[in-house]
Design a protein around this ligand. Structure first.
Ligand code: NAD
Length: 541
């Protein structure tokens, strides 16, 4: 009988491996890249632990070399979704009764497998399938995924430990039940760690999921699913169902047992799902919990006390790492005229050093954007700026999709703070800069606060404490992750819990206990030791 009262302490974040020339980790990774890029695997659905092949095939290609097929994967249709829901609900019967410590040991074992046995597999798959350089893959598919798994065991300890008060003659308890039904987890292409976490949090709290991975992140997500299985995850607890989002979404939001949606992706998709749920409200057992982390139009706002060199470095790294395809990427900047000359000069010096190309060439700082639709969309913003009288492209502006979907790091300088690329999420290597008169600091800050519908990340650069406080207060709702003298990307699990408000999502903070609570349906229990036998109060006698 497992009657240990156990609490998982706060873990240390996973150290980032450096992959220096001649290091054993670099050799191991290169070997894995070679193997994976020379094979073409078949990826089935995994429903109730069984591999299902539908014959409805789509391909996984390298975005930086799109003729190269890495895998062919089977897509789920309505029939398979019904099967997956049934398998999940069947698995739920045993899974929700499993002591949470045992569930946590599965997430912790998955973390160990990723840290040691499969680190290079998951990094190579993320590099090749999602076009990340080694550093970007290491901080995502290895470190962040491992951190989520380890920290979540700790956060679960904190949640379960939180119990109601006592009173003489009674005992009170809180049972953190999972949700009544299944959870639909929909993951984006840009972070393997997020895809893992969208499933593993609900599962840790006793839920079962249907996981629809992004069609442009299938390779790494499939290997992740295999890691979960090797870590001991029972059949049917997570059901891996790649397929067309719109088809799957419709069937799932129409199901009576839909208990929650754990989503990360674009605002438009989350809004569609929310509307689908609203239309089906009467059908459900309960109110589905909708947790979505969505788009961003992340700002960097500088005061004239900012250090130009720190600001320029943060802008280049924040805007162009992973080709700007981070929800947190710096995509609009407000710079005072007095320091703009220096900032521009240093930015251009940094950008001149950036090489773009294949992920297997470790000299490349940037790789390809994810697919053709994304390439065309990003180029349409660049071309719009080229044609506008209110904008000028000061570096970059070219793209080439003949071999891979490559776009140069591009800076648009605009005279209009409401210019299209200052307001809309582009999700590519494009930064738009608005230079303001130093004496228009307050009103420009107001423009920054109200220009875009989003509220995800934002950074201020300032070396005056009073002004920093003023900016901090004025921009209170402009960002859920707020940075002072740092780039707006690179949030770490447990250190900068992640999520934003406004059109950027429900702000349920992945990387903290706040997210775990959403996957519970708490039951308060009171047991009375001496039940009353009289209804007349003493004062009535
Ligand atoms: P996306 O919205 O296109 O796709 C997300 C997932 O939803 C995918 O699995 C996709 O197949 C699925 N989907 C698409 N249409 C659907 C529909 N009609 N019904 C059901 N499912 C559907 O997003 P993406 O391109 O994969 O990711 C980029 C977006 O994600 C950006 O907007 C970015 O800002 C956002 N993002 C946000 C965060 C955050 O924490 N806030 C993190 C990463 C990415």
């Amino acid at each position: 009988m497992n009657n240990a009262i156990f609490s998982f302490g706060r873990p240390q974040n996973e150290p980032i491996q450096q992959y220096l020339k001649g290091s054993p980790e670099r050799a191991a990774l290169e070997q894995e890249l070679k193997k994976m890029s020379s094979e073409e695997i078949e990826i089935p659905l995994i429903i109730g632990g069984k591999e299902i092949k539908t014959g409805n095939i789509a391909t996984v290609v390298m975005p930086h070399n799109h003729k190269k097929v890495l895998a062919r994967y089977h897509q789920a249709g309505e029939k398979e979704i019904e099967m997956a829901i049934e398998a999940a609900l069947e698995a739920k019967k045993k899974w929700e009764d499993m002591p949470w410590i045992e569930r946590a040991t599965i997430t912790l074992k998955a973390a160990e497998l990723l840290a040691k046995k499969y680190r290079y597999v998951i990094n190579a798959a993320t590099m090749l399938g999602q076009s990340k350089n080694i550093f970007q893959a290491e901080i995502d598919s290895a470190c962040e995924a491992i951190d989520f798994l380890r920290y979540n065991a700790h956060f679960a300890s904190e949640v379960y430990k939180d119990q109601p008060g006592t009173f003489p003659g009674q005992i009170n308890k809180m049972e953190y039940r999972p949700l009544e039904g299944f959870v639909f987890s929909l993951s984006p292409f840009n972070f393997t760690a997020i895809a893992s976490n969208l499933n593993m949090i609900p599962v840790l709290m006793g839920n079962v999921t249907l996981w629809k991975p992004s069609s442009t992140a299938i390779l790494s997500n499939y290997y992740m699913m295999k890691v979960f299985k090797e870590a001991g995850l029972p059949d049917g607890v997570i059901n891996f169902v790649p397929g067309k989002g719109s088809v799957l979404g419709k069937v799932i939001t129409n199901h009576r047992a839909l208990a929650g949606i754990h989503f990360t992706g674009s605002t438009a998709t989350f809004n569609t799902l929310w509307k689908n749920v609203a239309e089906n409200m009467e059908k459900y057992i309960g109110y589905p919990k909708l947790v979505g982390e969505t788009g961003g139009k992340d700002f960097v706002f500088a005061h004239n006390s900012a250090c130009p060199s720190a600001l320029a470095t943060a802008l280049v790294a924040g805007a162009f790492e992973y080709q700007g395809q981070k929800c947190s990427a710096a995509s609009r900047a407000y710079i005072p005229k007095s320091i703009w000359g220096d900032v521009k000069k240093i930015m251009l010096e940094h950008i001149a050093k950036i090489k773009i190309g294949d992920v297997q060439d470790f000299d490349n700082f940037m790789n390809a954007v994810i697919d053709e639709a994304s390439f065309d969309n990003i180029m349409s913003y660049i071309n719009y700026a080229k044609d506008s009288k209110e904008a000028e492209i000061i570096t970059g502006g070219n793209g080439d999709k003949s071999v891979g979907y490559f776009i140069e790091p591009t800076i648009i300088l605009t005279t209009n703070p409401h210019f299209k690329s200052m307001q809309e999420e582009i999700f590519g290597p494009v930064l738009t800069v608005y230079v303001y008169d130093d004496n228009k600091f307050e009103e420009t800050m107001e423009i920054c606060n109200t220009t875009s519908p989003y509220g995800l990340t934002g950074a201020i650069f300032c070396n005056d404490k009073y002004i920093t406080l003023e900016m901090f207060n004025k921009l209170r709702y402009a960002a859920g992750n707020f940075y002072i003298n740092d780039k707006p990307t690179g949030a770490m699990v447990g250190l900068q819990p992640f999520g934003g408000g406004r059109a950027s999502g429900t702000n349920d903070k992945a990387g903290s206990y706040l997210n775990l609570i959403r996957w519970t349906n708490p039951r308060a229990i009171k047991e009375n030791f001496l039940s009353p036998t009289e209804i007349i109060y003493p004062y009535m006698k």
